[in-house]
Design a protein. Structure first.
Length: 254
């Protein structure tokens, strides 16, 4: 396992410039009554570990950043959120440190949809300030960040604590899932709007409390470890394929 923290300083100098450096990032936030606060971070970490094992490219895994931008869940006990300013500052310090170590390519593996917009901003800033080539990948792109609305039984509204996350947790850490608390909670009322919605042409600011009474935005009642295994393996495969392409990626010289 190629872990950044396991290298000595002089050994790292020899491989940093030729390696992809993978930074998993998640969150500590409410996931309804049935899932633990660590859900996003745990999934991101497990996907990152397995992707590093499977990728043929030279990749190094950084320790996970477990705290993210989770302001949409601050109404719920247990949520820990960094402010946008704080998280951007942390990522800037990270980029500066990696650049000093000779790293050329940094990949953010994001497990929490609330981090995505800020990570896109950080990726450009790190490119501008430190010359790093930066990339953002997700094991599964959140529903509210894609343009095609799903026709599945969750109606394209499954963005938090629904069948996908619950299934993956049943596969990865079943002892942390309270299956007796599974409850459907979908904002069906959003379907009356043709422009405003998840993945639609008009986005909107929201908190989980705006969309749900129990913190869940989805339907976990049909979750299963078998589905979780398929989803996890698909996420890993997608990340591995992305890392292989990132390894070969270069900007043209003008």
């Amino acid at each position: 396992m190629r872990l950044w923290s396991s290298y000595s300083s002089i050994d790292l100098e020899e491989v940093a410039g030729s390696s992809l450096v993978l930074q998993p990032i998640g969150s500590i936030e409410q996931h309804g009554p049935h899932l633990p606060l660590v859900t996003d971070s745990l999934i991101a970490q497990e996907v990152a570990l397995q992707a590093i094992r499977e990728t043929p490219t030279a990749s190094i895994l950084l320790p996970i950043i477990s705290y993210g931008l989770s302001s949409e869940h601050l109404h719920a006990s247990g949520t820990i959120s960094l402010s946008p300013t704080t998280l951007l500052a942390v990522l800037d310090d990270l980029g500066a440190s990696l650049a000093r170590a000779g790293v050329e390519k940094l990949v953010f593996l994001n497990g929490h949809g609330g981090n995505s917009a800020l990570l896109r901003v950080a990726s450009r800033e790190l490119r501008l300030r430190y010359g790093l080539m930066t990339f953002l990948v997700h094991p599964h792109l959140p529903v509210d960040q894609v343009s095609v609305v799903s026709n599945d039984r969750e109606g394209g509204f499954a963005i938090h604590g629904g069948v996908a996350e619950t299934s993956m947790m049943l596969y990865l850490k079943p002892d942390l899932v309270h299956i007796d608390r599974l409850e459907r909670s979908i904002p069906d009322w959003l379907s009356r709007y043709s422009k405003i919605g998840f993945g639609g042409p008009v986005t909107f600011g929201w908190t989980a409390a705006d969309l749900s009474s129990n913190g869940v935005i989805g339907d976990p009642t049909s979750a299963s470890p078998e589905a979780g295994k398929r989803s996890f393996e698909a996420g890993v495969s997608g990340v591995v394929a992305a890392l292989e392409e990132i390894q070969a990626f270069q900007f043209p010289q003008y």
